[in-house]
Design a protein around this ligand. Structure first.
Ligand SMILES: [Zn+2]
Length: 747
């Protein structure tokens, strides 16, 4: 019997391997389950299914077969008999599925659970999860798991002390050149994440490689953190070790570093294109590429632990997973526990809609356009996780909206007369959201009630991680590629949202407030005569909104002043969710303006932020105007820095997520394309979804491809275009001063 925490899980040679981390010691123990294999399912006529298990090629890939009853589609109200194929090797899944697909006419064999990772299906089937405190009983290479009372609902679970290091490798590069795989290794560092003790590895390249293997073996870290391990450090190390014929073993399994089979992929999500490099995996040890980890950047390791536990994803996968992937794993778990099969390819189609439905449905969440300009004494109220709470409370899921089982249901979607909701069963989406909503609420309470600053941080990281899953759960519901997504469910949520927001607006108006802006889950309100406001007014309003709508809303605070910013191209058109303001306690809040955007050069963000800090002292619009000379001085001081070329070039780097590949640009005359083409010439081409960093060097030079320079090619001789940067600085500063009547000029 082994006790400890379930640390890593993966398949090797067809079997499941697990690493158990012992309590607060360096010891980790490897166990193997040789008796279990991943299963896939096939649905079709019984006659055709039987023909499959007479085929020798199929028989050679499976260990066993059965005919269990399952819900084939999430919308089915009855189970049906399907063919279950237990694989000989868990990694055969895709190969077998493709073979079966080829054997029938199009759509004759319907395949399920094909692209679920064996690790995930093992976790679901055994009801276990990463970082679970457990006991494992090993007999005849079969594992029996006992969970020591730890479960995914626990909010006070204990974890062992992990031993973590930062790994950096430095290639020999000449200044202004991009490091390439052909550059040899100059040095490497291994730093203990807690003590910050750093080991410097130097010498000949072959020595460095051998020393690195030795050091990692000696330190025996649990997590290895890199800054670009997936896209550079590990592929580079792999390449250098091949040249030097060194077996570079950095994992616990004793397998030399492998080169990943794929190059990385561009993908489309939420209306944007992203790029994901292939993962560099170590076995028995977790490699986290901090540049390739949304979860880590938003909520740190504590957030990652929480997500891996709740969503039952191995740590190295969870660290790289999009939030949608975390959400889907949680749904797959609940589907599997309820005998529902998980389609290989999305199958649910949209319900036919009438023209009226389409018009109503298309309106999305209700938007009450902001009244552009400056305002004083404005209060903001935000509903807490409104969309997920609607899905949870109203039981909205792909299979519950317009269900097949209760056409006379009394549960209706507002405005959409022919949309009803199931009365008989809970949907997979609401079931999955329950744990996220409830645990987030508990973590928020715990965070607010504890005085222990270390615990406060942990609770906050966990609730932040859960918040992200909740935020994206809605987009995922309508996402065509999601296994259990369906646009009708998405439309139903929007309809409830409009009803709730309209109701809220009416209540606020009945309390004598004027509505300045309302969008999706937030409203901004004001009383014309501020002397008539009583301290209890906001509390009373909040209580009535919560009682009447049934949804929790939080009072964010009162702005001393707030500005709703007009569109850049047209000063009359308001832009939703673009504003900045200062709360009574001096906190600045901004959305959609430059200082908050990721593509703004650091210099611009800093100047805009400093200007806002000056303005935040003011208690009224009049007081802001009084401060304008101070603001102008601040602006001119920075303008001078730019003109005198005293700004470090690294602060002037502009970033842009590339939306297409280089040859697809229609407008060939942009500074971004100049930088991209220069990168291409050095052999490093960016793919759609990757981030381009560049500096403008000569903006107004005509017919030149040298108007900008990519970040990677900057050297000590690179100079920036002071004129252009002065123009951009002026624009950035004007977007916060112009609403107060101060238009800054470059001169
Ligand atoms: Zn029903």
């Amino acid at each position: 019997m082994i006790s400890g925490w379930l640390f890593d899980a993966y398949t090797l040679n067809g079997n499941m391997i697990f690493w158990i981390k012992k309590d607060n010691s360096a010891a980790t123990i490897r166990v193997e389950d040789k008796s279990w294999n991943h299963k896939i399912y096939v649905a079709s006529d019984m006659f055709l299914l039987k023909s499959l298990i007479e085929n020798n090629e199929i028989l050679s890939m499976i260990k066993e077969y059965h005919f269990p009853s399952r819900y084939e589609l999430i919308t089915d109200s009855k189970r049906s008999q399907v063919l279950e194929l237990e694989l000989k090797d868990s990694t055969y899944s895709l190969k077998l599925a493709k073979k079966i697909e080829q054997m029938g006419k199009f759509g004759q064999f319907r395949l399920y659970n094909v692209d679920i990772l064996p690790e995930q299906s093992y976790f679901y089937e055994h009801n276990i999860f990463p970082l679970m405190e457990c006991k494992v009983h090993v007999s005849n290479s079969k594992l029996k798991w006992m969970c020591n009372e730890d479960n995914v609902w626990s909010t006070d679970y204990e974890l062992p002390l992990f031993n973590n290091v930062n790994l950096k490798v430095f290639p020999k590069v000449t200044e202004g050149k991009i490091s390439r795989f052909t550059d040899s290794i100059a040095s490497a560092t291994v730093q203990n994440c807690d003590t910050k003790d750093t080991i410097h590895i130097q010498g000949s390249e072959i020595d460095i490689l051998y020393q690195l293997v030795e050091e990692i073996k000696k330190i025996n870290p649990d997590f290895i953190l890199t800054e670009d391990g997936d896209s550079f450090t590990f592929p580079y190390l792999k390449y250098r070790s091949e040249i030097n014929q060194v077996d570079l073993i950095l994992d616990r399994e004793g397998i030399p570093l492998r080169r990943s089979k794929k190059d990385g992929t561009s993908y489309f999500a939420y209306g944007r294109i992203y790029f994901k490099p292939s993962a560099a995996k170590l076995f028995g040890r977790i490699h986290i590429d901090t540049y390739n980890s949304f979860v880590l950047n938003e909520s740190g390791l504590q957030g990652l632990y929480e997500l891996a536990r709740i969503c039952r994803l191995p740590l190295h996968i969870a660290s790289r997973a999009s939030i949608g992937k975390c959400m889907s794993s949680l749904q797959f778990y609940n589907a599997m526990r309820n005998d529902i099969l998980i389609p290989w390819k999305p199958t649910l189609t949209e319900h036919p809609k009438s023209l009226g439905d389409l018009l109503t449905a298309d309106r999305g969440g209700l938007i009450f356009e902001p009244i552009i300009g400056v305002h004083e004494n404005v209060a903001e109220l935000d509903f807490v996780s409104l969309y997920p709470t609607i899905m949870f409370k109203k039981n909205i899921s792909a299979e519950t909206v317009i269900c097949n089982c209760c056409s006379h249901s009394k549960l209706h979607v507002p405005e959409l007369l022919n949309y009803h909701i199931c009365e008989k069963r809970r949907g997979i989406v609401p079931i999955s959201l329950e744990i996220l909503l409830k645990k987030r609420g508990i973590y928020k309470d715990k965070k607010n009630s504890t005085t222990d600053s270390k615990l406060k941080k942990i609770y906050d990281a966990r609730q932040t991680a859960l918040k992200w899953v909740l935020v994206t759960s809605f987009g995922y519901l309508g996402f065509n590629n999601a296994k259990f997504g369906r646009i009708d469910a998405h439309i139903a949520v929007c309809a409830f949202d409009r009803q709730i927001l309209l109701q809220t607006i009416r209540i606020a108006e009945s309390h004598g407030f004027e509505i300045l802006h309302a969008i999706v889950d937030s409203i901004w309100i004001q009383k014309k005569n501020k002397d008539t406001i009583n301290k209890n007014d906001y509390e009373n309003l909040k209580t009535e909104i919560e009682n009447k709508t049934g949804f929790p809303i939080s009072f964010e605070g009162i702005y001393k002043w707030i500005v709703f910013v007009p569109s850049k191209n047209n000063t009359i058109i308001p832009v939703s969710n673009r504003y900045f303001g200062v709360f009574e306690d001096g906190t600045v809040k901004m959305r959609g303006i430059e200082a908050r955007r990721h593509d703004t050069a650091e210099f611009f963000s800093n100047v805009q932020q400093s200007i806002l800090n000056i303005m935040s002292e003011a208690n009224s619009i009049r007081e802001v105007r009084v401060l304008m000379p101070k603001v102008r001085d601040m602006f001119q001081m920075h303008l001078k820095l730019l003109k005198n070329r005293n700004v470090p070039i690294s602060d002037l780097v502009l970033t842009k997520r590339i939306s297409k590949n280089v040859d697809e640009y229609e407008n060939r005359n942009t500074v971004e394309l100049d930088a991209l083409l220069q990168l291409n010439n050095t052999g490093r081409s960016l793919k759609a979804g990757q981030i381009l960093k560049y500096v403008i060097t000569d903006y107004y030079r005509k017919n030149s491809r040298k108007r900008s320079v990519p970040f990677e090619l900057i050297n000590s001789k690179t100079g920036y275009d002071a004129k252009r940067y002065c123009e951009l600085l002026t624009e950035t500063c004007n977007s916060v001063t112009e609403p107060f009547g101060l238009k800054l000029i470059e001169g």
